[in-house]
Design a binder for this molecule. Structure first.
Ligand SMILES: C[S@@+](CC[C@H](N)C(=O)[O-])C[C@H]1O[C@@H](n2cnc3c(N)ncnc32)[C@H](O)[C@@H]1O
Length: 270
């Protein structure tokens, strides 16, 4: 391959002049891997939609509960975590391998900053395995092909799509992606999903103006969806109780967890 065709490394692709979702998300959950532009845009979004930090924290807590549930209660030992985000406390492999050291995890993200920090995601147990794929969710075939290097796709896989389908703006395309990925994994596999919503039932009224600001000032562009549209991503799968709910309330320790406008659900492939 000639040098001009070598894909640029994560650091060479970093754009610190425009706010990026992975870095702003890291800012909202209290991380340090973000730049001034991310903080400025993140604060402005929070001024429009004051629950945005609650959403980000609730989403990470949901991740912790879902991975714990799948590893401990359902015996899952393989995870495909698409739209990983920047490494933080309790990444998927740490939670799963704490319970089952032989767990195998493949992370996927397309943000150059996540690629730069990917080493932190690759520090799993000796008994298990972790891998990182720099790829776009719009190309599920490429993801599946490369994930098969680490995951045994003849055995159940938990496909984690937390806060990622909201970056696939076309709902039919998003549905096609989940369908394609879930068709490639066997019965007993899971789809774990979180997704922002504008539904007023869970306090989503301010998501639309906040996302309008985001789309004019940051990247990549985002969309919220209704509960009905998000439920359709689970077509052909059986939702685990309690179904699609505010992610803060899914298997929450207390009945009094406040709703946030980010739905979460786990479903199994029959
Ligand atoms: C809102 S964060 C969610 C991070 C993590 N899943 C969580 O729930 O905490 C979304 C992540 O998706 C990544 N992302 C956005 N568009 C993507 C795409 N087209 N392909 C792959 N990853 C993408 C971003 O870089 C970011 O790291």
């Amino acid at each position: 391959m000639s040098e001009s065709h070598t894909p640029p490394s994560g650091s060479a692709r970093l754009n610190t002049g425009v706010a990026h979702n992975a870095r702003v998300w890291n800012y909202w959950i209290g991380g340090k891997d973000n730049y001034e532009v991310d903080q400025r845009v993140g604060d402005h979004v929070a001024s429009i939609n004051p629950v945005i930090r609650d959403i980000a924290r609730a989403d990470r807590d949901f991740l912790g509960r879902a991975v714990t549930y799948l590893t401990r209660e359902r015996g899952v030992r393989q995870f495909l975590d698409i739209g990983t985000g920047l490494p933080t406390a309790d990444n998927t492999h740490e939670i799963a391998q704490r319970i089952a050291p032989d767990s195998r995890i493949v992370y996927v993200d397309n943000d150059p900053i996540v690629l730069v920090h990917a080493r932190t995601l690759l520090t799993g147990t000796r008994e298990g395995a972790t891998d990182y794929i720099d790829a776009d969710v719009h190309d599920p075939d490429a993801i599946l092909e490369r994930a098969a290097g680490t995951l045994d796709v003849t055995r159940p896989v938990a496909v984690m799509m937390l806060g990622i389908l909201n970056f696939v703006l076309d709902t039919d395309k998003a549905r096609e992606i989940t369908r394609r990925i879930m068709a490639a994994v066997p019965s007993g596999s899971f789809l774990v999903l979180t997704h922002p919503t504008y539904d007023p039932e869970v306090g989503g009224e301010l998501q639309v103006p906040a996302m309008e600001f985001w789309n004019a000032n940051a990247t990549p562009p985002i969309t919220a969806r209704s509960a009905a549209d998000i439920t359709a991503f689970f077509e052909g799968l059986d939702l685990v109780e309690p179904g699609l709910v505010s992610c803060s309330q899914w298997h929450a320790a207390s009945d009094s967890a406040a709703a946030v406008p980010q739905y979460g659900a786990v479903a199994v492939k029959p």
